[in-house]
Design a protein around this ligand. Structure first.
Ligand code: NAG
Ligand code: NAG
Ligand code: NAG
Ligand code: NAG
Ligand code: NAG
Ligand code: NAG
Ligand code: NAG
Ligand code: NAG
Ligand code: NAG
Ligand code: NAG
Ligand code: NAG
Ligand code: NAG
Length: 443
């Protein structure tokens, strides 16, 4: 087993230059756990539609199965059900990656992926206004743990896994010890809640049992209702808060990747409880909504053109796109440097971000993104409300129109010439991907 891992990691090093082994020993973990303290900055920047935003992701459930669950139905009565919300690809990790970085970068695997430091994340957006942010990862052994997994030490059952931790995938976070300590455990959530030290934004990942990954929707939804219920009665937690309960992706890869999602919290007016919002959204819509809510810039990635949650769009006046999902395929992604040749093709070129434009949130592009990508051609039409790629033909048949505005017409999908992307043979990637899949299946 060890030697398989070692050779896989060698393959990984040769294959993706930023990948490194990071699997500390149990004694290293215990040592670090004894000395690493969580960091819980607080702030109170007022937003247009909410002052705090938290999202909880469960795993791998088809829309219909979640919608049929009794506990999910109860949760839906407490808020707004988003009936047209899509994950971006398969498997898990690229969806988590996209929620923080605004792109999948072609990722089609759950490997030890590391995104280079010249890629910005939502942490950089929040930092422009000192909006406190954090993550709560259940059973993380200590704040900022960077290992591949931390299992139940008694039973060896899966608990914390790196692939479900969005920000740790990015070097701009993982190489910054302050930021790392904002990636905390559920015990820290309880502590921050009790001491009124919750950040204004948090990404919340239950362990592999609670999130339905190793169980099913009956178990996951029961856990989620039991976790959320006391919060709904907690006035500190609820005050002008928006809480999103969603999934990383659906389960059946041939389906559309629509995921059952509910908005709850004190920011939801009573008359909208138990209602639905049928606007087209993706995980990128959350970044765009956070930007619109707090007046933050865009990452210049797919968050730029993403639709904005109606509860925020109603405040800014932004008119969302109506996306015809008939031909939409969000069950795989386009070629990129994070591909292991599993469902997408490997391309060595890191996509360039967009450096100009207002974006759906209306606050332009993050300065560091403008500086980093100055003079480069954006790789994709990041102003689109859904991801597409003319080079590979990905989602090019999808059309979008501005709601209630007949003069806008269907969006043209004839993109500007892209920066050159050469596809290299995916052979090494496929072999690596296959071996990695075999290794992961041992978990
Ligand atoms: C990671 O997972 C493997 C496979 O289940 C397990 O053997 C190992 O102990 C886990 N590592 C930690 C630190 O929990
Ligand atoms: C997952 O978390 C729950 C508490 O929420 C805990 O009881 C359970 O043991 C954890 N799962 C595993 C496999 O350790
Ligand atoms: C590390 O993160 C903190 C908090 O986000 C930020 O203020 C600081 O500028 C970062 N340091 C570097 C070297 O990027
Ligand atoms: C989930 O698993 C439990 C027991 O393992 C079972 O009773 C229940 O019917 C399952 N639910 C679904 C939707 O498969
Ligand atoms: C929350 O409050 C409601 C009504 O006040 C009550 O019925 C419910 O039991 C409470 N739930 C929890 C988890 O405290
Ligand atoms: C995505 O869906 C299409 C159409 O159903 C299917 O042909 C393709 O194989 C699916 N991709 C994956 C990775 O399952
Ligand atoms: C947004 O505004 C529309 C039109 O007034 C209204 O029907 C809808 O309920 C509002 N949605 C939210 C979430 O506030
Ligand atoms: C971008 O925003 C600015 C300031 O709100 C506005 O003046 C300008 O017209 C906008 N440009 C476009 C293309 O919408
Ligand atoms: C960003 O970093 C990647 C990996 O080091 C590199 O290939 C790419 O050229 C960089 N992009 C820019 C615009 O500097
Ligand atoms: C758009 O055009 C259709 C017919 O072309 C018309 O029925 C509809 O009322 C128009 N909608 C708006 C908001 O103008
Ligand atoms: C409707 O379309 C026109 C022409 O493209 C544009 O000027 C206007 O801003 C749009 N209105 C809305 C509400 O999007
Ligand atoms: C980019 O996408 C937007 C939104 O769909 C569309 O209006 C625009 O025409 C596209 N740009 C190009 C160059 O294709």
């Amino acid at each position: 087993m060890k030697s398989i891992i070692a050779s896989l990691l060698t393959a990984s090093l040769a294959y993706a230059q930023t990948a490194t082994e990071s699997e500390p020993s149990l004694s290293d973990i215990q040592g670090a756990a004894a000395t690493t303290k969580p960091y819980s900055p607080v702030s109170s920047v007022t937003g247009l539609a909410f002052d705090k935003f938290y999202q909880v992701w469960l795993e791998n459930i088809d829309y219909e199965d979640a919608a049929a669950d009794a506990n999910m139905k109860w949760l839906a009565t407490q808020g707004i059900t988003l009936t047209n919300f899509f994950a971006l690809t398969h498997p898990s990790e690229p969806n988590y990656c996209a929620s923080a970085g605004g792109d999948t970068f072609g990722m089609d695997n759950d490997n030890f992926n590391q995104i280079p430091a010249n890629v910005s994340t939502i942490a950089d957006l929040f930092d422009t206004k000192q909006i406190s942010w954090g993550e709560y990862q259940e059973d993380l052994p200590y704040p900022g743990f960077q290992g591949y997994n931390y299992s139940n030490q008694k039973t060896q059952a899966n608990d914390y896994v790196r692939k479900h931790n969005p920000l740790v995938l990015f070097d701009s976070v993982a190489k910054n010890s302050t930021r790392l300590r904002q990636i905390k455990a559920f015990t820290d959530f309880e502590d921050d809640l009790a001491h009124k030290k919750l950040p204004q934004y948090a990404f919340i990942t239950p362990n592999m049992t609670n999130d339905a990954h190793d169980t099913n929707i009956t178990f996951g939804a029961k856990w989620e209702r039991s976790w959320v219920s006391p919060l709904l009665n907690n006035s500190y937690f609820m005050e002008n808060t928006l809480l999103l309960l969603t999934f990383d992706e659906d389960k059946t890869y041939s389906k559309t990747n629509r995921i059952f999602s509910i908005l709850l919290g004190g920011a939801i007016p009573d008359h909208l409880k138990g209602t639905t919002d049928n606007t087209f959204y993706t995980h990128y819509s959350i970044i765009a909504s956070l930007s619109a809510n707090w007046g933050l810039p865009s990452l210049g990635r797919w968050d730029c053109g993403a639709n904005i949650l109606e509860i925020v769009a109603n405040k800014t006046g932004y008119v969302n796109y109506d996306v015809d999902t008939t031909n939409l395929r969000l069950n795989e992604t386009y070629p990129g440097p994070m591909s292991a040749g599993e469902y997408s093709k490997f391309s060595p070129v890191w996509p360039n971000a967009l450096t100009s434009g207002n974006c759906s949130a209306g606050h332009g592009i993050l300065n560091i993104v403008k500086e980093t990508y100055k003079g480069t051609v954006p790789t994709y039409n990041y102003t689109s409300p859904f991801p597409y790629d003319t080079k590979s033909g990905y989602n090019v048949k999808v059309t979008a129109t501005k709601k209630g505005n007949n003069s806008t017409g269907p969006s043209s999908l004839v993109a500007k010439p892209n920066a050159a992307i050469s596809l290299v043979s995916p052979t090494t990637g496929s072999v690596f991907g296959l071996l990695m899949a075999l290794w992961l299946s041992l978990f």
